[in-house]
Design a protein. Sequence first.
Lengths: 169, 419
Amino acid sequence: MSYSMELSGKAWKYGDDVDTDVIIPARYLNTSDPAELARHCMEDIDASFASKVTMGDFIVAGKNFGCGSSREHAPIAIKASGASAVIARSFARIFYRNAFNMGLPIFEAPDAVDEIEAGDRLAVDMERGSLRNETKGKEYRFTPIPPFMRELVAAGGLLNYIAKRKKGS
Amino acid sequence: MGMTLTQKILAKHAGRDAVAPGELILAKVDLALGNDVTSPIAIQAFRSLGATAVFDRERIALVPDHFAPNKDIKSAEQVKMMREFAKEFGIVNYFEVGRMGIEHVLLPDEGLVVPGDLVIGADSHTCTYGALCAFSTGVGSTDLAAAMFSGEVWLKVPETLRIVLSGRPAKWVEGKDVILHIIGEIGVDGALYKAMEYAGDGIAHLSMAWRFTMANMAIEAGAKNGIFPFDAATKAYADGRAKRKYEVVTADPDARYADEISVDLSALEPVVAFPHLPENTRPLSKVGNVPIDQVVVGSCTNGRIEDLRSAAAVIRGRKVHDGVRMLIFPATQEIFLQAMREGLMEAFVTAGAAFSTPTCGPCLGGHMGVLAKGERAISTTNRNFVGRMGHPESEVYLSNPAVAAASAVLGRIGGPDEL
């Protein structure tokens, strides 16, 4: 299960209010194919991201990450790009629930975000709730994920959670 | 402890006497909706459950409005998937091109959303229905799939930001200006995770169309929902339309609010939001010289008949500036017809504007008015993010319909009083 995983990779750093139109521009929403969406991930804010991101890397951003549209194509594109998680000061609410419903780990870690620079090597222990910046030799704690979110992930996502609940009732 | 409007509606739909901010609840939905961008993912997820039926054939709405009429082969395939799903599962409220409209104008106008409802939609502007004193919020496709299957949604009960409105707005100041002003004050995450509940005697001066515009852009302040109290205007709108019985919900006098702000409507002038965030607002008098290439009037924010009337009143007898393309999108077929009957369509076309069938089209840079590199538009839509209407190096300015129409004549951003 992904929850006990230790994630590691390098940081791709962005600013505040990264919106879903730059995560995946609407002109590509005529498909829901993850591989195709991944090819255009972050295109309008960072044209090099999709071709240079390597498996396990982190997107690190400021406040209100994922604001704007409800498009699930945004977390789908990020997940399919190979990025392992998003670390931000805060998340827009629809992006937040979509990420959990889809199984893309996201963390609110304001202190860490302020000090992480592009290219820093990061390691995240999701169970312990810790983030280590290996480049800078610093460790941070992040806001623990709410128990309900853990349940969703433990059930294998929202659909499985609902299906199990329906069967039980 | 008293409850806010949002808490009241959530408690009722969770089968509880009371709910408190921060609680996670499983609530029954009165209506779940999807569009041609979000439904395909929801349909695939729904099918992966192996379900043989939806929870209620009459409580799901599927509206192809974003890339419809189909802009290319891929879009056509997405809408086809929706159409076939609707047929297979007997979805009553599937709206075909020619009978459809922009979802957030169409569904309340059709009486499919009623006061007191709990509505979720796989579209961020689902919060529009708060104008009707309903709880409505945007979710993702997986949430829609789950709701189509179970009729339920998980929600965290939000805290509420109370916004007290007083005074009467001046001429040319519309609902759009009020909500842009509020977003300018509190920022694009100023109401993050919260409900925005309106109160105060200023509400009496806001038409239902303006309230829809204001609830619609709650998401642009990061809010979960925006909600207005039920009053005579709500009743007049809902009665005769509502396809289901409704119960009026009121906030408790001792409800607890996380925060409160007040807005004197009489002190506002028209507001323009500069690129690339809706919070970058300036009063019209401080805009300066901003030449434009395109003007868009339409969308779930400002595509109602009142919006078209406002723009038409400014453009009638005048001409769209030589260097400008003006595009008008009535939000539904019914509004299209009404605009024709009232001579609004003729006023626009005579002025040199294009008048289109309903679609979200250019609002999200989808089709029907995409911007080239370096081009600039003023638009009555809801977002001005980087690349929102086309090329990443194009720009979108947000305004009310009267200012958009005046700008079309001037060739630069300006107000009706300059004509």
